[in-house]
Ligand binder design. Structure first.
Ligand SMILES: [Zn+2]
Length: 70
């Protein structure tokens, strides 16, 4: 599988930096949150997409949920 291209990103005007290896290049991917198991924990409200930012160096994954809509 070809390596996806990584970029630098900003979240809330802050530069995204990996807390583990201090790298600043990330891959992104959009993940549909799976609610099947979430319902057990009263987390159905999470039934939406999340943005992942994956450090291209160590693989650390940031998760950002869209909190702007209800
Ligand atoms: Zn990293």
């Amino acid at each position: 599988m070809a390596k996806p291209t990584s970029f630098e990103y900003q979240v809330f005007d802050r530069k995204l930096v990996c807390p583990v290896c201090e790298n600043n290049k990330f891959y992104t991917r959009e993940t549909l949150m799976n609610t099947a198991g979430m319902a057990l924990f009263n987390l159905e409200f999470i039934n939406k997409t999340a943005n992942n930012y994956i450090c291209d160096k160590c693989g650390y994954v940031y998760w950002f949920m869209d909190v702007s809509e209800k």
